[in-house]
Design a protein around this ligand. Structure first.
Ligand code: PMP
Length: 452
């Protein structure tokens, strides 16, 4: 007899400590053990199904248990499960690096593997600093970041992030970053366009660069969408202006495409919409189609060359993780890229994204919705207490959590960020599934906002 949800969650709660969770919530909020996944669907041990509207923390692109990726991983498993990547190499790592060099914006000709998003951010920060040190600029030790940005949970990544909920407690442990106001278009003036707002916000960034370029290694941004920062979005013009300014001031640009890469914003990489190429691009999440932990830092040959020297000169980048470039993960990534190569994914996503938008467009008029916004396959609905002033609901009321609970009772896994309900589904979602996801989200919002 297979176990039930109840049995498993009791055993789980006796031993596990879950990520990003106040464990006491599980005294009343059921933890859901998942038995299997297929396409957009997850199924628990009692046979309940949940449409994964958030792609399991934004990693899944082509559905759970995708037959093509499954097959590729199975074949790799029988050949080589893992080998260290220092002094050794393997075919999947080489093939994937070649593919990523071809696919990423021009000039990103070197691929450094890591094994999760935060570690890719750490590696890019260290590489940037180390590049300046190796090239005779040891005073460059700081980073510029955007308010409301998120780059991961390890101490370096947390230090260049700005979401108070995750950062505040650890502030005494963190290096100090220089923070420029986010171009977040939710904050634009009434009647102001996204572009005008993003341009106006850039003036602050320009000033910071003018004043601090001497001591700054790099500016780090999430291109187009600050995902963990409540799915706030901005215009590509900000990235084009930033690229030019970084060049003018001799500062690197790090594009953290961990969440937005691989088609999420409508183009394969979000940077493409601004026609820019950063100095470092961090990739993870969708890189393996959501299968296995892997990340990569793509960078320029000139940066690589600044580390390339006789051993005795001690200029090498001695950063490593045990599972760096794991063959199973690289093989999953190659299979996922094959799907992009053989099917018109980005084109299909335009139709899917338009359908998502239409399905919830009416919510813009809801008295407790501050904004419905969308960039490609990311759609967000911001709940507010007062529409005219965009006053948020007090966080203590946990309105988003009510939507989460409503979703689970009605077959949809939505996991709002605070008061922001969002869709970021696998690309294979069907029109019927979009209708279900949208209907349940709207009903959940209705219910969450109708009580005091
Ligand atoms: N950067 C961005 C933009 C992210 O969204 C995330 C994860 N949500 C990370 C970095 C960290 O990645 P990981 O969770 O794999 O450490």
């Amino acid at each position: 007899m297979p176990p039930t949800n109840q049995e498993l969650l009791q055993r789980d709660l006796a031993t596990l400590w879950h990520p990003c969770t106040q464990m006491k919530d599980h005294e009343w909020l059921p933890l859901i053990p998942i038995r299997r996944g297929e396409g957009v669907w997850l199924e628990d041990f009692d046979g309940n199904r949940y449409l994964d509207a958030i792609s399991s923390w934004w990693v899944n692109l082509f559905g759970h248990a995708n037959p093509r990726i499954n097959q590729a991983v199975k074949e790799q498993l029988d050949r080589l499960e893992h080998v260290l990547l220092a002094g050794f190499s393997h075919q999947p790592a080489i093939e994937l690096a070649e593919r990523l060099v071809r696919l990423t914006p021009e000039g990103l000709d070197r691929c450094f593997y890591v094994d999760n998003g935060s570690s890719a951010v750490e590696a890019s920060l260290k590489m940037s600093y180390h590049y300046w040190r190796n090239t005779g600029h040891p005073r460059k030790t700081k980073f510029i970041t955007l308010s409301n940005s998120y780059h991961g949970e390890t101490l370096g990544a947390l230090a260049v992030g700005d979401v108070a909920l995750y950062k505040e407690t650890y502030r005494p442990l963190l290096m100090q970053a220089i923070t420029a106001p986010s171009p977040d278009c939710y904050l634009r003036e009434a009647g102001e366009s996204w572009e005008a707002h993003s341009r106006r916000r850039f003036e602050d960034m320009e000033r910071l660069l003018e004043n601090h370029a001497e001591e700054v290694c790099a500016v780090i941004v999430e291109p187009l969408v600050q995902c963990a920062g409540y799915m706030r979005m901005y215009h590509p013009v900000y990235l084009s202006l930033l690229r030019k300014a970084c060049d003018r001031h001799g500062v690197h640009l790090i594009a953290d495409e961990i969440a937005v890469g691989f088609g999420r914003t409508g183009t394969l990489f979000a940077c493409e919409q601004a026609a820019i190429s950063p100095d470092f691009m961090c990739l993870s999440k969708g890189l393996t189609g959501g299968y296995l932990p892997l990340s990569a830092v793509m960078t320029r040959e000139t940066i690589y060359q600044a580390f390339y020297d006789d051993y005795q000169n001690l200029t090498a980048f001695l950063h490593s993780h045990s599972y760096t470039g794991n063959p199973l993960a690289c093989r999953a990534a190659l299979a996922s890229l094959d799907i992009f190569a053989h099917e018109p994914i980005l084109e299909n996503n335009r139709t899917t994204a338009a359908h998502m938008g239409q399905a919830v467009a009416h919510m813009a008029d809801h008295p407790h919705v501050g904004e419905v916004r969308q960039t490609g396959m990311i759609l967000a609905i911001e709940l507010v207490q007062d529409k005219a002033s965009k006053t948020p609901y007090p966080w203590q009321q946990r309105r988003g959590l009510r939507v989460y609970q409503y979703g689970l009772q009605n077959q949809v896994l939505l996991r709002p960020l605070g008061n922001v309900v969002y869709f970021m589904p696998p690309y294979i979602i069907t029109p019927e599934e979009i209708e279900l996801m949208a209907r349940v989200a709207c009903e959940g919002i209705e219910q969450a906002c109708s009580t005091p």
